[in-house]
Design a protein around this ligand. Structure first.
Ligand code: GUN
Length: 303
């Protein structure tokens, strides 16, 4: 009975980000092997974390582990929450100059006393594997070749893997952050989609999302996208990673929820990413891919 019910209740293809990320990391491992053996270059990724935010620490630990797993060098720096901004800028300046370091990632958010934009702009654009530097966002906006932010890049790869050519599709991005919403919209535009960006001040979002062939939800509101927001057969990418209380699992227990009401939307969508196991693993895989790209660029190598 339970099995039948679950068969009936999910019509959408589940986009397996975990499996896709594994195959991307396997390609990265091959490229790292070529760089090492044929070019004597071992890509190196430096991750800097300031403060002890538990969620950030989990992300960083996972980045460090997977970096070494693909054969790259990992450099990990932890700085206390009260570190002066000037000390962080000095650390970045050292990493910019270090030829063993090809990628630099400063984990966000930073403590309140730091100016995030100033810190990001201090990273050499060719080592900015997050793709957050204005030079890289400018290159993305003008169709140039720069570092592309990892989460939107992972989303684009999953969309292309699911749908093939995206030309002419109406893509609706929910959210306008510099990290996800805006670069996602640019990438979709570069892939010849018709793109609509919606956000917290958009009126009647559901009317707009119901017209979408593709929905990318990156808004940070748990389970906001409901089944009546979605056109039959649409492809839905859920970037949300929200922790909710789950008393049904026991006292004090929590569960992860995306920005999409998965159980209902999965009945109507054509394809959908789960949370966890969708966008998250692809973000880290793309970070490693960007580090290889950075190492190639800095050493004038084309693979
Ligand atoms: N914090 C949450 N996501 C990210 C990311 O993609 N990069 C960095 N640097 N910090 C983050």
């Amino acid at each position: 009975m339970a099995i039948e019910q679950s068969k009936e209740s999910t019509n959408a293809a589940i986009i397996d980000g975990k499996a896709f990320a594994l195959s991307v990391r396997s390609d990265v491992t091959k490229d790292v092997g070529i760089l090492k053996t044929q070019h004597n270059v071992t890509p190196g990724l430096a991750v800097v974390i300031v403060g002890a935010d538990p969620a950030s620490q989990i992300y960083v630990r996972s980045k460090v582990k997977l970096t070494t797993e693909v054969g790259m060098n990992s450099y990990h720096f932890e700085m206390p929450a009260d570190t002066p901004e000037a000390s962080l800028l000095e650390k970045i300046s050292d990493l910019n100059k270090d030829p063993k370091v090809h990628g630099i990632l400063v984990q966000l958010p930073l403590p309140k006393h730091m100016n995030e934009a100033k810190v990001i702009e201090a990273i050499t654009p060719s080592k900015d594997v997050d793709g957050f530097h204005v030079i890289n966002s400018g290159l993305l906006a003008t169709g140039g070749q720069g570092m592309v932010p990892c989460t939107p890049l992972g989303c684009l790869m999953m969309l292309q893997n699911t749908l093939g050519d995206l030309s002419g599709k109406h893509a609706v991005v929910i959210g306008r952050s510099n990290i996800v919403g805006k670069p996602m919209a640019q990438l979709l535009l570069n892939a010849n989609c018709t793109v609509t960006i919606t956000h917290s001040r958009t009126q009647n979002i559901a009317k707009i999302t119901r017209e979408a062939d593709i929905i990318v939800a990156a808004v940070g509101v748990p389970e906001m996208v409901k089944v009546d927001w979605v056109k039959e057969g649409a492809t839905v990418i859920d970037v949300g990673m929200n922790r909710l209380e789950a008393p049904e699992k026991g006292p004090g227990k929590t569960r992860l929820a995306g920005d999409v009401d998965f159980s209902s939307v999965a009945k109507k969508a054509g394809a959908i990413t789960p949370v966890p196991g969708g966008v998250g693993p692809m973000t880290i895989a793309c970070l490693l891919k960007n580090t290889v790209t950075a190492a190639c660029y800095q050493n004038n190598i084309s693979l």
